[in-house]
Design a binder for this molecule. Structure first.
Ligand code: AMP
Length: 132
């Protein structure tokens, strides 16, 4: 079971953003910028591009809803998208609110993000989703 499956199962806490039958979104615990969110399929597959066509398409549509809510809730110019998958073998899309290129530098993470601010951001994004 991957760490993301444990998060989805509620065995490990997370700053949850959204879920539906097939997908789950939560804040990255080591964000490169405030609001950095991960979108994952509930079904375990390591590599994003090994997902079936309809699974991948559904994931992108789910990510689109999350990205729109992120843009509404977190001050930014756009929401950047990245796929790395070098650390956790459970497919995921990184969504990062950005204003400039440096906001998406994966070598430059926010140090010790406060739980209060992380929860406050998650709550704002959930609210934006509920109003969409
Ligand atoms: P990568 O697999 O290279 O795309 O990186 C995995 C990402 O998952 C990193 O940005 C981590 O900060 C993030 N991550 C790892 N464990 C957790 C967790 N328990 N909760 C939230 N994010 C996590």
């Amino acid at each position: 079971m991957t760490i993301f499956s444990k998060i989805i199962a509620g065995e490990i806490p997370c700053y949850k953003i959204a879920e539906d039958e097939n997908y789950f979104a939560f804040l990255d615990i080591n964000p490169v910028n405030w609001g950095h969110t991960l979108v994952v399929p509930k079904k375990e597959t390591d590599y994003l591009f090994d997902l079936g066509d309809s699974e991948l398409a559904g994931m992108v549509v789910f990510a689109k809803k999350v990205a729109k809510a992120l843009k509404a809730a977190v001050p930014c110019r756009k929401v950047g998208v990245a796929v790395l998958g070098l650390e956790v073998p459970h497919a995921h899309i990184h969504l990062v609110p950005i204003t400039n290129e440096g906001d998406m530098d994966f070598k430059n993470k926010i140090s010790n993000p406060s739980p209060e601010r992380m929860e406050s951001i998650a709550e704002s994004v959930r609210k934006a989703l509920s109003e969409a």
